[in-house]
Design a protein. Structure first.
Length: 71
């Protein structure tokens, strides 16, 4: 199962990742970071396909996507 990690202190909540996600699993969070932005959260992680479009669209490199290795 893929895992999306949002580094909340780097996120400026621009919303580009939300728009890029084909499964619409991302949402604006409810807790502000130290800079006063509301970082993105993964609302429905079980629906993630691991496409990593969210990470590619992030201008602040605040999103990492990990996938399990196939053996």
């Amino acid at each position: 199962m893929p895992k999306v990690i949002v580094m909340s202190e780097l996120c400026k909540s621009c919303g580009l990742c939300i728009a890029a996600c084909p499964k619409k699993i991302l949402a604006v969070g409810s807790k502000a970071n130290q800079k006063g932005y509301y970082p993105i959260t993964v609302a429905e992680p079980e629906k993630c396909t691991g496409c990593a479009l969210c990470g590619l669209m992030c201008p602040d490199v605040a999103i990492e996507v990990y996938k399990e290795a196939s053996i």
